[in-house]
Design a protein around this ligand. Structure first.
Ligand code: ADP
Ligand code: MG
Length: 344
């Protein structure tokens, strides 16, 4: 044993705690965009604009027309474990919002130069808060329309190792665009705009029809041949679109699964998709699908993973069977266009 005394236990400072939390949730600019988009959705916005510079390494700006934050609560917005979305442990099993951990803004403002402006519709003026690597400047009144505007500059400026690991602006922007796509597909009624280096990338008008949005993202050729599906069983519901077998991909990147409005990754449901297309695709090909699962909030645990992209179903077998049988029944009565043409 060493002759030196073992280190004593010390409580970490808030700043260190927030940096550790940021390490979990904020991996790259796209993680910031995901968290901010989800906040704007939770604030019942009807319009969200996102501006990115240099793949998000220089600037991420998001402007929404949502409910805004009460002026007295603005400092709390960047406090860790402070949230307007849940109040008690029971609420964890009835989460209706995208967020609930109260950690995103605390984490982001710890590792960036952060500016928030917000105004609720019934307030005469807005409030502006600036935070530099966790250091909060005195709040200022500001003129701004109802809603919230958040600007993040120089992400990871004070965690140089993380900053060094950022990929090229094009690669970082591709990740941002993917996060934007997930939120846009889950919320077609939202008018959404994405710009990179002042150039428009997506301008998505509000629509009631998911298929309109699918067409804007993936082209009319794919959209026109998509097969709609819809089925409920007890409290479970699945709906959306799947593609003809000839439009498969080499990876699962064409598979978008959403649970109660949240993009998720789920091996069991992916496997059900593979099973449904068995015999219709060439080996190594993956079907394209845009599927929305709805279950009572009490049936899912979204508190499994910090980014909430992995969730736990109370009855994942039942969901698996519902998806598989729905697809099989849909395909049975159809003239499918398969490269293998095993079925008529
Ligand atoms: P969470 O979303 O888990 O509650 P965040 O750190 O993402 O935690 O946000 C903290 C709080 O700040 C939210 O609970 C919400 O009250 C407020 N907030 C953040 N972004 C917005 C926004 N765009 N519009 C209105 N309120 C917001
Ligand atoms: Mg949030």
């Amino acid at each position: 044993a060493s002759t030196e005394a073992a280190p004593r236990i010390q409580q970490l400072s808030t700043s260190v705690i927030n940096k550790i939390a940021a390490g979990e949730v904020i991996e790259r600019p796209a993680s910031v965009v995901k968290e901010l988009l989800e906040n704007s959705v939770d604030a019942l916005s009807t319009r969200i604009e996102v501006d990115i510079e240099q793949g998000g390494a220089e600037l991420i700006r998001i402007v929404d027309d949502g409910e805004g934050i009460h002026p007295d609560d603005v400092p709390l917005a960047i406090a860790s474990h402070a949230t307007s979305k849940i109040t008690g442990a029971d609420d964890l099993f009835h989460v209706q919002t995208m967020g609930f951990r109260g950690e995103a803004l605390a984490s982001i403002s710890e590792v960036s130069r952060f500016r928030l402006r917000t105004r609720q519709a019934d307030q005469l003026a807005g409030v502006e808060m600036q935070v530099d690597g966790g250091n909060v400047s005195p709040l200022q009144p500001c003129g701004c329309p109802p809603g919230t505007q958040i600007e993040i500059r120089e992400l990871f400026f004070n965690t140089p190792v993380r900053r060094k690991f950022l990929k090229t602006p094009a690669t970082e922007f591709a990740h941002i665009s993917e996060q934007f796509t997930r939120v846009a597909l889950a919320n077609p009624r939202l008018h959404m705009v994405l710009r990179h280096n002042n150039k428009s990338v997506y301008e998505l008008p509000a629509t009631d029809r998911l298929i309109d949005r699918l067409e804007l993202f993936f082209g009319s050729q794919l959209a026109e041949s998509l097969i709609p599906i819809e089925r409920s069983s007890g409290e479970l519901r699945v709906w959306g679109y799947v593609a003809q077998p000839r439009q498969s991909k080499a990876t699962r990147k064409g598979q978008y699964l959403f649970l109660n409005g949240r993009w998720i990754q789920d091996r069991s449901l992916q496997h059900a998709l593979t099973e449904a297309y068995r015999g219709l695709l060439m080996v190594g090909r993956q079907p394209i699908a845009y599927l929305f699962f709805e279950v009572p909030a009490s049936q899912v645990d979204v508190n499994v993973h910090p980014t909430k992209s992995e969730v736990r179903f109370r009855d994942s077998q039942q969901m698996y069977r519902l998806l598989l049988s729905t697809l099989r029944n849909t395909f049975l009565g159809m003239d499918l266009d398969s490269p293998l043409s095993l079925r008529s």
